[in-house]
Design a protein around this ligand. Structure first.
Ligand code: UDP
Ligand code: MG
Length: 326
């Protein structure tokens, strides 16, 4: 046996464990490919590992495939939701259930290359709390998704105090310590996990990777879903839209003063022009309703937080002892 193998074995015995969290929603085609690709890479790591699949209420053959994998491989663990709760909820559950010293979140469709795992382990070993995986290119996203994504990041970075890395993806790694912060203090119902991960501090590192085409199946994110997600994120990370009312009020007052001064100076009984009045009225009402709408959105978020419903509900698990809902 080679020396290298001896070192790897020794470290494995020292008990460092990597948890690889994989969110799964209707991925029956991609799952076997993912397992096949990931298994040799994981076996070759200097750390021991657990492969934690979170089944986000899949309605295809994914649960059966996962059960079968868990039955034949002890490294495979499964957390199954009672219904679809969304990709972020799946990642949060994965972080909650992960027992490792480092946790990697990745997709099941092989867009996040498993070949990056050894480098991630190296960064975690160097003491990094957060390893950001930055896309150099996204083949599959398409022009519309790429343009809207960059516009979104520009907007959120202007509006928000915290800064977001535009190339960051749902592929990232965190240390046990950083995971503990997310488990304890970031339990919002309306949230942007990727944003939190980038803003909790700790020693950080960035690894670049090239996002591949989806291995099989199709994307679960529609443009509509992404739009709703973007609006929520802006509202979560910025109070600036709420201040719009103050600015609009100031501008309306200024306009009133100008019209008043003009009326007094020209000594007309009233400002002339029916059209002007109607247009001004419409404009003012539009601004007013927009502001009420924005306040309504914030109240909606507050309402969701207040109800304190679980982020996810676990129905069944494989190879996991702990059982609880969050
Ligand atoms: N996913 C999930 N729940 C959902 C939607 C997606 O767990 O409601 C998983 C999906 O199985 C995949 C990952 O999240 O592993 C990313 O989804 P997808 O590939 O569809 O998104 P894209 O890469 O196109 O942005
Ligand atoms: Mg994908």
């Amino acid at each position: 046996m080679s020396d290298n193998y001896g070192v790897a074995e020794m470290e494995k015995e020292m008990g460092k464990v990597l948890s690889v969290v994989v969110s799964v929603y209707n991925e029956e085609q991609a799952l076997p490919m993912f397992y096949q690709a990931a298994k040799p890479v994981l076996d070759g790591l200097s750390w021991d590992y657990e492969l934690l699949f979170v089944n986000d209420g899949s309605r295809d053959g994914s649960p059966e495939i996962l059960k079968e994998l868990a039955a034949r491989d002890d490294h495979v663990k499964v957390v199954g939701f009672s219904r679809n709760f969304g990709h972020e909820a799946a990642m949060i559950a994965g972080i909650d259930y992960a027992a490792g010293d480092g946790i990697v979140c990745m997709d099941a469709d092989l867009q996040h290359p498993v070949a990056c795992l050894p480098e991630i382990v190296k960064k975690l070993e160097e003491g990094c709390g957060i390893v950001t995986m930055a896309r150099t290119r996204n083949h599959s996203a398409g022009v519309v998704k790429n343009i809207t994504s960059s516009a979104f990041y520009r907007l959120i970075n202007t509006l928000s105090d915290v800064k977001f890395e535009p190339n960051a993806s749902d592929f990232f790694a965190i240390s046990r310590q950083a995971a503990e912060v997310l488990r304890r203090n970031y339990r919002e119902k309306v949230r942007f996990l990727r944003g939190y991960v980038q803003n909790i501090g700790f020693k950080r590192a960035t690894i670049f990777y090239e996002a591949r085409e989806r291995a099989a199946g199709e994307s679960k994110y529609s443009i509509r879903k992404l739009f709703a997600f973007s609006i929520n994120t802006i509202l979560c990370f910025s109070n600036l839209p709420l201040k719009l009312g103050i600015y609009a009020g100031g501008m309306a007052a200024l306009m009133g003063i100008v019209v008043m001064v003009y009326t007094l100076c020209t000594r007309q009984g009233a400002p002339s022009g029916y059209a002007t009045i109607v247009i001004l009225n419409c404009f003012m009402f539009a601004v007013l309703f927009l502001i009420i709408g924005i306040i309504g959105e914030y109240i909606g978020i507050l309402f969701n937080e207040l109800k304190d419903r679980p982020i996810y509900i676990v129905e069944e698990t494989e190879n996991i002892n702990k059982k609880s809902d969050q």
